[in-house]
Design a binder for this molecule. Structure first.
Ligand code: HEC
Length: 97
């Protein structure tokens, strides 16, 4: 009983230490402001088809899967940093159902 209580305390202490650390670490490069993401996405994603293709997309595929297909199948030039920004923007602007 004494043993397990001190193990629990130790784990709690470790938990507090390891949880507080990432919060203190400054986030990597700040994400581009929403307006910029919109502009860059509209330039990047209209090279092969119109923006309406995106605005009118009614399918069930996740935006992450679509962006991935545009890059890996269709050859869209999107940097790895832009992928999460585009996906977040698309999910917010054209939410599924
Ligand atoms: C290099 C050319 C190219 C670029 C750049 C491109 N696409 Fe596409 N896109 C295509 C082609 C080709 C299709 C039709 C075939 C398909 O659905 O994969 C398509 C179709 C789509 C569709 C319709 C999919 C469906 O199932 O009806 C969506 C939505 C879409 N693109 C979104 C995007 C987004 C978002 C971007 C920017 C990240 C983008 N596209 C950039 C070539 C491109």
């Amino acid at each position: 009983m004494r043993y397990s209580a001190s193990v629990v305390l130790m784990l709690l202490a470790l938990g507090v230490v390891s949880c507080s650390k990432p919060a203190a670490t400054p986030a990597a490069p700040a994400p581009a402001p929403a307006a910029d993401v919109k502009k860059v996405l509209e330039e990047t994603c209209t090279q092969c088809h119109k923006l309406t293709r995106i605005q009118e997309y009614k399918g069930s595929e996740d935006w992450a899967a679509i962006v991935d297909r545009m890059i890996n199948v269709n050859g869209a030039k999107v940097t790895p940093e832009q992928v999460p920004q585009f996906v977040a923007y698309l999910e917010k602007t054209f939410p599924k159902k």
